[in-house]
Design a protein around this ligand. Sequence first.
Ligand SMILES: Cc1cc2nc3c(=O)[nH]c(=O)nc-3n(C[C@H](O)[C@H](O)[C@H](O)COP(=O)(O)O)c2cc1C
Length: 174
Amino acid sequence: MKVLVTYFTMTGNTEKIAKAIHDEVSKEHEADLKKIDEVGADTFKEYDLVFVGTPAHAGDLAGPVKEVMNSLPKSPKYKLAGFYTHMAPIWDKEVQDALRGAFEKIAKEKSIDYRGTYNCMGNPDPNVAKMVKEARKMPDDEFNEYLEEAIKHPSLEDEQKAREFAKEVLSKIK
Ligand SMILES: Cc1cc2nc3c(=O)[nH]c(=O)nc-3n(C[C@H](O)[C@H](O)[C@H](O)COP(=O)(O)O)c2cc1C
């Protein structure tokens, strides 16, 4: 099978997961790893399966990812899977549902065979983390506790889970 792993990243979190997925897929398949600005709808057509990765931006897919996803033609032959990283804690279901929903909505609109989504926390940019602290009026101790956990991600365990996700997606494709 020919597989593309494509992603957008600003601070490297989503890239870590993209590399883990690409590494796993490469064990048994021909796989390419490309940044989203290197690909377009025509690139997707060359593959049997495409993994698309994005950071959460304002509760949605990042702009460059959305742009490419929106440009995909209807009913393509390839299958699609999504992955994303976010600063929200893993128990905060709101952002996770929003991003998963965004992938699923585009796939549905385009009649794309969508095979699932992986997500994990990412180490937040310090300025963004500070903005969130202020916007949410988080007390220092609560924020520090959050940050102490957040900076550990994506962890080796997150990368391992991403590999397992990729294996599962592949195993369900004949
Ligand atoms: C402009 C901007 C908006 C963001 N919006 C969200 C958000 O709505 N929810 C969230 O959980 N994280 C949000 N984040 C945090 C990123 O999604 C998170 O740090 C992610 O892991 C970054 O991935 P990257 O290192 O691949 O760029 C935002 C970050 C930026 C820069």
